[in-house]
Design a protein around this ligand. Structure first.
Ligand code: T3D
Length: 262
């Protein structure tokens, strides 16, 4: 049987592919477990310095596999709170916690938890054919997988309310204009551009980028004073890395830096 999640190493980057295209890459339990495993592997492997999240087929991800959540064979419906706690929450926490840059390539519809997994990534590229859909309200659920956290912060409360209560599809261009994603590209360029970006990030000072991610995470809940303290502390750590020494030496010697991610 084809793996629902593919995990490949490409130079200093890891590539994760959602791979259930027949059901628009919607997540069932084994897929969520496998996703957690590959994220743990990407975190553990010091040679991995960026992660690219992409998907097979015409969609990015349609969220929860609704056939699993509400089986038609008469068996009792899944406990949705439990699906979220054991399936999606650990994935979203990992994406935000792992101190390596995550690039996400969205080539088609990203719905429900699928939309919010994309929004959890650091840099989201979407093709002109992509769309974002907070589908939860159409089936009587609330947005999960960080939707109620990311959307008001990225797009503002008014747009977050409209997206989550009306459940209208947002085009890639609208998502860009709302501040939800980094860039829109032509469909034929999506994978190449996303991979180039992930490879470029993998060649950067990984510890510095990781600490930047930690600071950005903390900024979402901090006052200016608290955040200045975070920056002071993390800058102390960044300045003790090999890559900081190398970056300054390369600048002074007028040569390209050779960062090791240490
Ligand atoms: O229990 C819980 O629900 C836990 C909560 C988890 C968080 C969530 O993610 S809740 C939100 C769940 N997702 C959705 O509600 C989205 C459902 N899908 C759709 O609304 C539409 O499929 C799309 C708008 C995403 C795409 O529409 P379209 O017209 O491009 O494709 P389609 O024809 O609807 O779907 C193609 C196939 O994928 C189809 O199968 P078939 O008929 O070819 O055999 C369809 O049933 C299947 N599919 C699409 N989404 C799901 C799915 N199968 C299972 N689960 C899905 N989420």
């Amino acid at each position: 049987m084809e793996e629902s999640i593919l995990y490949e190493i490409n130079g200093a980057g890891a590539e994760i592919t959602l791979n259930r295209p027949d059901v628009l890459n919607s997540f069932n339990r084994p897929m969520a477990r496998r996703m957690q495993e590959v994220l743990a592997e990407a975190e553990r492997d010091e040679a991995v310095r960026s992660v690219l999240l992409k998907a097979a087929g015409r969609a990015f991800c349609a969220g929860q596999d609704l056939a699993e959540a509400a089986p038609s064979d008469g068996s009792p419906p899944a406990d949705v709170g439990e699906l979220v706690r054991t399936g999606y929450n650990p994935i979203v926490r990992s994406i935000r916690r792992i101190e390596k840059p995550f690039v996400c390539a969205v080539g088609g519809v990203a719905a429900g938890a699928g939309a919010n997994l994309a929004l959890a990534c650091d840099l989201v590229l979407a093709s002109t054919q992509a769309s974002f859909l907070q589908a939860f309200c159409k089936i009587g659920l609330i947005p999960d997988s960080g939707g109620t956290y990311f959307l008001p912060r990225l797009a503002g409360l008014a747009r977050a309310a409209a997206m989550t209560m009306l459940g209208e599809r947002i085009s890639a261009q609208q998502a860009l204009e709302f501040g939800m994603i980094y860039k829109v590209v032509e469909p034929e360029n999506l994978e190449t551009e996303a991979r180039e970006l992930a490879q470029r990030l993998a060649a950067q000072p990984t510890r510095g980028l990781g600490l930047t991610k930690r600071a950005l995470n903390q900024s979402l809940a901090n006052s200016l004073d608290a955040q200045l303290e975070v920056e002071e502390k993390l800058q102390g750590k960044a300045s003790k890395t090999h890559d900081y020494q190398e970056g300054v030496a390369a600048f002074l010697e007028k040569r390209k830096p050779r960062f090791k991610g240490k």
